[in-house]
Design a protein around this ligand. Sequence first.
Ligand SMILES: *Cc1c(COP(=O)(O)O)cnc(C)c1O
Length: 811
Amino acid sequence: MNIVELARLLEAQIVGNIDAVNLETYGVSIDSRSLQHGTKTIFFALTGNNHNGHDFIPMLVEQGVRLFVVHKLPLLKYENVCFLVVSDSLRALQHFASYRRDLFTYPLIGITGSKGKTIVKEWLNFLLGSEYTIIKSPKSYNSQTGVALSLFGIQKQHDLGIFEAGISTVKEMDFLESMLRPTISVLTSIGDDHQEGFSDIEQKIDEKLLLFKNVNVGIVPYDEMILSRLKFVPRLVSWSFQNDSATVQFKYKKDGILEVLCDGIRFDVSVPFNDEASLQNMASCICTMLILNYSAEQIQTRIPNLYGIELRLQVKNGQNNCIVIDDSYNADFQSLKIALDFLEKHHKGGLKTVILSNVFQSGFGEEELYGKVKELLVANQITKFIGIGPAVSKYKEIFKGDTLYPNLDSFLQKFSVSDYHDETILIKGARSFRFDKIVNLLEEKTHETILEVDMDSIRHNLNFYRSKLNTETKVMVMVKAFGYGNGSVEVAKLLSHEKVDYLGVAFADEGIALRKAGIKIPIIVMNPEISAFPAMLAYELEPEIFSFKVLNAFLKLAREHNEHLYPIHLKIDTGMHRLGFFNSELLKVVEILKHTNVLEVKSVFSHLSSSDMPEYRDFTLSQIKIFKEACEVVKQGLNTNPIRHILNTSGIFNYTEHQMDMVRVGIGLYGVGNDEVENNQLLNVGTLKTIILQIRELDEGESVGYGRRFRTVKRTRIATIPIGYADGIHRSWGNGIGEVYINGEFASIVGSICMDMLMVDVTDVVCEEGDLVEIFGKHVSVSAIAAGTGTIPYEIMTSISQRVKRVFFES
Ligand SMILES: *Cc1c(COP(=O)(O)O)cnc(C)c1O
């Protein structure tokens, strides 16, 4: 296809230089941060709630991108760049994707449902993989853009597609359906999650069933309402664990045996999981196999080998100061690209290393495939590559200068931990390669207690607050106190990736640590100490100026360093009475700054004392009023237009209309809002967990712990857990007040909390030594602990000791 043909396909108007591009080897991107095809990218500028792809065009042109699909032309003229102007660039992207899909006629399985989409997709891929060359969507790429991007991976050599379709509101499925054109559609389940975008469950079902519009075969859980709506489907297969009318009936007998009854034939399958969700997902898979004419024997031999799917890439602390990214479950070509992006995001300087198994399902010939793998490695500036597997190790010519092993054993024989230092290591292999063994060797051995930080939740929470704001309002995120206990460097990396405008820290040291880790976005230091000023200039940290003493000292030093317009931030005391200038002092501040261009007042700000307390609404409004007056004085006096900001997390929620030019999000990002309504829209970020160290049975009348503060009144099972007040668990959480969560039950903390341990009553909890214990997380909230110990969530979060290892999760 040439440009003119592409333009015709997308119904686009061509503006600019056609000769700048030769379409032959182009790839598609919508994310300015990840250009897997480098300069050979067609960039679709999409607009979302919180971002606008058009903003990145100048940067991308600078990086050498030449072809853009836009719905708004930039004002600036560019030479040697071609724009395809369309009315809606998302629809153009989708149209392009469906064009690609239509080039191929092989069957395509579309999967939708409230739960289990990704698992069913991955399991089908495993179950059908010996017979078919499958193209599947990577990870859970199931959105309006995810499906489109997945479809660009389709190649001639594939002969079966398996794709997910996920929706969150009405009018979405039609677009997904018209791109995917599934021939077989699978509905995994109908649950009540993701209900917000729909008026009721029927509306949600109707929307999901649009995926069945053009299919030959539909596979659904047995349900009258669903079946009546799908009467038009030529071949409809329903399954059920209860209803005799279903096409395929399942019965879980016991001890891992599942009975299948279909067309009067009965056979048993042994299943590796027996929880309800897994059984339902297996039912969808078995029905699909039956439809594709697999025999009972094939089903019986393959289902027992199904495995748990780890959907997320895990970031772990490695030995010798390495970072280990564990992706030892999956090695298809599409997900390699995603993993390399992920590596870039988590890279903090030092070498970039990739350990990779054979790659599957690319749809390319083998040699072409490894050529493409090498191109990706070069484009991502991977410094060290180790290929393990019979196929990858054949291509010595392609991987010149890299290390290749025919199998894991030969790698392990040569392995020495001391060969890895200060590296970010991506370990990516298909599950059968057992790369989890490599992860084990490189991972730092941690003490059993960890704080697991869910980066996806942080992103969700950030977007939640962004969705409350006007698009032009800037966002500063407070990452002080070690990112409220969650790990400042990691959180800051994510935030700079998400393009927040500012970071806030309390002390210069915290800012310096971020700079050393490669964080480039502006950082404000809230409590700058005069002794730290030289280091702040050296690391481009911007001070909060709250007094004449600080102002004069900083001005003097900046002048000595010949600074020009160095950014500072004026803090106004509007009633908090912590730090800041009173309005009455501002004319004098203006007087000092008016005659110099050494410093620039980048922003003016103040802090609310009670934005979470409705009873002080009048006071808060008076703070805001005083602040606005202060801003005017500075603006007039200096004839500038500084960024104005006053709202913290609860301020954003309760005083949205006073967001002004920027807001400062803190605790909300980490998952704690100031009331139930707000909390329900946030996701939990931190999970503090450990294991049971020992369990003992005590007779009636025994005592537990220091000071004998707990006495048994009956035979009691006591579990000892290796976490105590030195880890940051308040001692006042003991003696029957607090509870921990074990295997779906709550267990009360008995006796006094010790320095490194505490004891809980597990008489009514089914558990054994080594079982996981949640101290806080999804089931025990930080807010509940705060309420029980008479403090606030901020204190609980920031008290977790640095000896507790942080482990970061991200999809
Ligand atoms: C900590 C802090 C914030 C953030 O407050 P949250 O209640 O956590 O959102 C905002 N502004 C200033 C000046 C702060 O010190």
